[in-house]
Design a protein around this ligand. Structure first.
Ligand SMILES: [Mg+2]
Length: 264
């Protein structure tokens, strides 16, 4: 398959399955990032994981020898905060159902935790301390008209030997109790990609999304005209990639192969 890398000015990289798998880096990350910088390609990292803060992502990258600026890392919580900040530039009270990583990111954008009836939104991510009480409060506020925002739709996430309930399962409980559907902002929704393009300062046709999941990374990028590269170092398989329409621009084993063998 012929993929022309010329003209690519920005790259959006998914994290788990692309640059690391769990706690293991995938390839020589410092060399890969240096090479992208030498090619004058701007890079942004984008994850649907809403329970890790940007500072925590930076720390993890630092352990792997990669230093990135905070504005080069986007989580679905950042997208939620960005979305809220567009509507409420002055910030204000929200009711967040999520962990500290999510609540702290929202606070950085001026949105603080409150249980008042006049909250600007109910924002829901993965919360491993989710309770019936939180379900009651969130559903009540949503029923009363607070915008209902979900960070990501994942019903489960992998854990050694099993699957654990994800943000999508908590969203489903609140949605059922409130009888309102959430607005979900992580991949594959456009908001995530729009934030990335804004930060990169590139157009969709000069930007490449590199991901390991077809249903989120690839589908979402294709929907707004961003070029796509699927690495087989994560979730989706070669057979799934071959069968996918519209065709994925580049399919290969990993990020190292993409960066060293395609861009030269
Ligand atoms: Mg991934």
């Amino acid at each position: 398959m012929a993929f022309d890398p010329h003209g690519i000015r920005g790259m959006i990289l998914d994290m788990d399955g692309v640059i690391w798998r769990g706690d293991e880096p995938l390839g020589d990350l410092p060399a890969i990032f240096d090479r992208l910088s030498a090619l004058s390609i701007s890079v942004i990292l984008a994850s649907n994981n809403a329970s890790v803060s940007i500072a925590q992502f930076q720390d993890k990258l630092k352990q792997f020898g990669v230093r990135l600026q905070p504005d080069q890392i986007i989580s679905s919580t950042v997208v939620a905060a960005w979305y809220l900040a567009q509507r409420f530039p002055a910030g204000g009270p929200i009711y967040g159902v999520g962990e500290n990583g999510m609540l702290n990111t929202l606070k950085d954008y001026g949105f603080y935790q409150s249980e008042d009836r006049d909250v600007l939104a109910v924002v829901v991510g993965l919360d491993r301390d989710f309770t019936y009480q939180k379900l009651t409060k969130a559903a009540d506020l949503v029923r009363n008209g607070a915008p209902f925002i979900g960070t990501n739709p994942d019903p489960t996430f992998p854990h050694p030997g099993t699957l654990l309930p994800g943000a999508g399962a908590i969203l489903a409980a609140i949605a059922a109790a409130a009888e309102v559907k959430p607005l979900i902002l992580g991949k594959p929704e456009a908001a995530m990609f729009e934030v990335c393009l804004e930060r990169l300062g590139t157009k969709p046709e000069t930007t490449l999304m590199v991901g390991d999941r077809i249903d989120t990374d690839i589908a979402g990028a294709q929907a707004i005209g961003i070029k796509t590269a699927l690495v087989l170092s994560g979730v989706s398989t070669y057979e799934e990639a071959q069968a996918w329409l519209p065709p994925i621009d580049w399919i290969g084993p990993d990020l190292h192969t993409l960066v060293y063998e395609t861009f030269n």
